[in-house]
Design a protein around this ligand. Structure first.
Ligand SMILES: Cc1cc2nc3c(=O)[nH]c(=O)nc-3n(C[C@H](O)[C@H](O)[C@H](O)COP(=O)(O)OP(=O)(O)OC[C@H]3O[C@@H](n4cnc5c(N)ncnc54)[C@H](O)[C@@H]3O)c2cc1C
Length: 391
C-alpha cells in the first residue's frame, strides 16, 4: 500500500485520533480558524477505536456536578445532531435506570440524585413496584429501588462519527486515516512538528485525543501520564421484539444493558482485566459466561436467546475517573483531551468546544482542579473522585 500523502507541510493544529473526541474537537476548531489549517490523523479506519466499539449510553447521572453539567450539554447537542449534521444517530431517550440492591447502593444513588437535581434535571426515585412497571421483564430479586432519569438515552455511534467526518471534509479539514503518529519534534519547551507515517508536518499545537493509546502518544512527547488503557467487553443478542425502554445499570459489577432500535439487547459488565493497550482487544468466553449469568438473573426471558456478536475495546482510565482536558504544563502547545474511561461518547459533544478553547489559548469553562492535567502533577493529587464510573 502506498503511504498516504498529506496535503500540506504545516498546520495550525494537529489532532491525534479520529475518534469521537478528536472529531468533535476538530469540528469546533473549524468554526474558529481556517479549516484547511487543521489536520486530524488516525492510524486506523474511522471508528476503529473505542468510539466504534461502545454501548452508546448517554447519561447525566453522576456524583460530580460539573460532569452532570457536561453530560446535560451533550444530551442537548445530540438532540440537535440530525439538524446540524444531516445524519440521524438514532438518539433514543428511553432513560437510564440505575438499580439499587442494598441500603448502601441506595445511599450512593441518592448522592447522585442531589447532583442531578441541582442542575434542574427531573430525576425520579422509583420504588420496586415502580421499577417493575417501567421494566416489566425485570426480575426484582432483592431490589430496593431505582433512580430513573427519562432524558438519558442511547445513541448509535456510527452515524455520529460519519456525520462529523463528512462535515469536517466538507469544510476543508484534512482527516488522514491510516496515518500513524510516530513522534514529535520539540524545541524550547514547545511542540514544533509531528512525525507521521506520511511525513513530518510543522505545527505548534497538538491535541492528544488518542483514547486508550493517549498514554503512548504522551510518551512519544516525553510525558509520563497516569492514564491506564483497560480492555472492556460487550455483546449483542439476536434482535427481539421491543420490550425494554430504559438502559439498565447495576452498581454491583457495573452490569449495563439496553435494547437497540434494531431489537438487539446490547450490554456488558466490568471484569477485572489488567491494564495495558498491548494486551489488545480480544473477546473472551469468561466475559460471555459472566454476562450471561448476570443478565439472565435480571431478565430471565433472555435465557434462550442467542448471542449475535461480542467485541471489546479500550477504556482510557484515570485514577479519579474524570477526564483530562487542558494544555500539559510541561510542554507548550501539547493539549490533553483524553482519559474519558467508559464515558467519552456521552461527554465528547461538551468536551469538544472546551478543548478547542484551550487550543486557541482561551480560558475554558472547566474547573482545572477537576479536569486539568496539573491535578496529577502536584503533591496532593486529585481532590475529587467520580464514583459512578459505570456504563
Ligand atoms: C466496550 C465499551 C463500551 C463503552 N460504552 C460506552 C457508553 O455506553 N457510553 C459512553 O459514553 N462511552 C462508552 N465507552 C467509552 C467510549 O467509547 C470512549 O470513551 C470514547 O469512544 C473515546 O473516544 P476517543 O475519541 O477519545 O478515543 P477512540 O475512539 O479510541 O479514538 C482514538 C483514536 O486514536 C487513534 N490512534 C492511536 N494511536 C495512534 C497513533 N500513534 N497515530 C494515529 N492515531 C492513533 C486510534 O486509531 C483511535 O482511532 C465504551 C467503551 C468501550 C470499550
Amino acid at each position: 500500500m502506498t503511504p498516504a500523502q498529506l496535503l500540506r507541510k504545516d498546520y495550525e493544529v494537529v489532532v491525534v485520533g479520529a475518534g469521537v473526541l478528536g472529531l468533535f474537537v476538530a469540528h469546533h476548531l473549524s468554526k474558529r480558524i481556517d479549516p484547511r489549517r487543521i489536520l486530524v490523523v488516525d492510524r486506523g479506519f474511522l471508528s476503529s477505536g473505542a468510539s466504534g466499539r461502545n454501548g452508546g449510553g448517554v447519561r447525566q447521572q453522576w456524583e460530580t456536578v460539573p460532569t452532570v453539567q457536561l453530560a446535560k450539554e451533550s444530551v442537548e447537542a445530540y438532540r440537535r445532531f440530525p439538524l446540524e449534521f444531516g445524519f440521524n444517530p438514532w438518539f433514543r431517550q428511553g432513560g437510564y435506570l440505575f438499580l439499587a440492591f442494598s441500603a448502601e447502593e441506595e445511599r450512593r444513588l441518592h448522592r447522585v440524585d442531589q447532583a442531578v437535581r441541582s442542575q434542574g434535571l427531573k430525576l425520579e426515585w422509583l420504588s420496586v413496584h415502580e421499577v417493575q412497571r417501567l421494566a416489566p421483564a425485570l426480575d426484582p430479586g432483592r431490589l430496593v429501588g431505582g433512580s430513573y432519569l427519562p432524558s438519558d438515552g442511547v445513541i448509535f455511534p456510527f452515524p455520529v462519527l460519519w456525520g462529523l467526518y463528512r462535515s469536517l471534509r466538507q469544510r476543508g479539514v484534512e482527516v488522514a486515516l491510516r496515518t500513524e503518529v510516530l513522534g514529535f519534534e520539540i524545541e524550547g519547551g514547545g511542540v514544533r512538528a509531528v512525525r507521521t507515517s506520511a511525513g513530518t508536518v510543522r505545527t505548534s499545537k497538538v491535541v492528544n485525543a488518542a483514547g486508550g493509546w493517549s498514554r503512548d502518544i504522551s510518551a512519544l512527547a516525553g510525558l509520563s501520564v497516569p492514564n491506564t488503557p483497560t480492555r472492556h467487553e460487550i455483546m449483542a443478542t439476536e434482535p427481539l421484539k421491543p420490550f425494554l425502554d430504559p438502559m439498565i445499570v447495576t452498581l454491583r459489577r457495573g452490569v449495563y444493558f439496553s435494547q437497540s432500535m434494531r431489537g438487539e439487547v446490547i450490554g456488558g459488565l466490568s471484569l477485572p482485566h489488567g491494564g495495558g493497550a498491548a494486551t489488545g482487544m480480544p473477546s473472551s468466553l469468561e466475559f460471555l459466561r459472566e454476562f450471561a449469568r448476570e443478565i439472565t438473573t435480571l431478565l430471565p426471558r433472555l435465557g434462550t436467546v442467542r448471542v449475535l456478536r461480542a467485541w471489546a475495546g479500550l477504556y482510557d482510565d484515570t485514577p479519579d475517573g474524570l477526564p483530562i482536558v487542558g494544555e500539559d504544563p510541561r510542554l507548550h502547545g501539547f493539549v490533553q483531551a483524553n482519559g474519558f474511561g467508559g464515558h467519552g461518547f456521552m461527554l465528547a459533544p461538551a468536551a469538544g468546544p472546551r478543548v478547542a478553547q484551550v487550543v486557541l489559548g482561551e480560558k475554558a469553562d472547566l474547573d482545572p482542579a477537576l479536569f486539568g492535567p496539573d491535578r496529577f502533577l502536584g503533591k496532593g493529587g486529585p481532590r475529587t473522585v467520580e464514583g459512578i464510573q459505570l456504563g
